[in-house]
Design a protein around this ligand. Sequence first.
Ligand code: MG
Length: 420
Amino acid sequence: MTTHSRRLFCQAAGVAAGSLLNLEGLSAAVEAASTPGQRPRLKITDVRTAVTGSLHVRIYTDQGLFGHGEAVDSISGAVPIIQGFRWLLMGQDPLKVEAHWERIRTSGIFAGAQAGQYITALTAVEIALWDLAGKALGVPIYQLLGGKTRERVRVYCDSGTNNRADPNAKQFISQIIDLGFTAAKIDVDDAADPARFDRVNWTANNAEVDHIVDKVAFMRESLPKNIELAVDMHGRFDLGSAKRVAKELEPFRLLWLEEPVPPENIDAMADVRQSTHTPICCGENLFLRHGFREVLEKKAADIIMPDVQKCGGLLEARKIADMAHTYYVPMAPHAQASPMGSMATCHVMAAIPNALVLEWHWGHPARRTEQWKRYVKEGDIIQKGYITVSDRPGIGLEMDDDFVKTLLRPGSSWFAPSVA
Ligand code: MG
């Protein structure tokens, strides 16, 4: 942007050049002062991080506008990874999202950019770029991903209970029903099951299989018929155990059985799927389109579940969903993210045709639910088991910085400026 056009742009926004632009003013100015071919030229001035239970990334520009991205799970080494590739973004136009993503990914092929922490770090950056692009252009992210196919996204509750001996079970199950969820999920892998003979090997004996079946039976008895139930085996069991459990759970007509075997061997996952008519779901530990190609080609899953906060980003999740759609496979993203990340995922789920349901993991313990409600200034974004997709620019939520700062991981900075 030239000095002259920058002055005009800032005048349109109603603020003095060089001062911090407010978001609504900036979006209005972009709409008034730009055409698709003549949008304001933003330059990236910094990439900063903060780590809570999630990795948060903010990308700043010379116009005072920033984008926010979140990543989860494989984040322990993400901050130095981002500082390592930050120079590829400095001074660049943030709206060239795909170009930046591909450049960062291909520049890291000898540094682990095929999966894991590198891709998780890149994911947070990619989401921040989309938030920034949406804010700069004055449109919600779903508009940049193809537009809306649905107004709201169905959410399921990871229940926090799974057995009749749990004194809190009644309370958690009542919560699922009272909050209006139409689906729930339980975990059935139990390293502390007294029937286990070995602390390391995960071959399920008869008693363990009985315990798993009883957990599912208890939840199925406790939930109304119209609330669907998914079951997670957390990728721990061996192939024979997984096939036994999948078969024994067939009468419960599950929404899905998740990661019945570990995620690395797709042939084993396909073997389980072929052995049962219980639907098989996997993908929370896979990365990029490349991670899902084999799952789809080998027909290893009825449902895929990339975690949009670690699989590569919003556009990558859209591409994974599109690949799956050609196999008539729906997508039900795994999610641990805060409301910021969850809403970012909802922009993808709004845009794709084959969205099934989104995970909500903050129902247990109660303290986490309070965090969920306070995380963004808009409050609880889940209403009656659905998230209405924001129509505001970018992700469309404002993080409550004062509150989230209290969750900062010891030793983490709060979006401190990068050292040049
Ligand atoms: Mg899982």
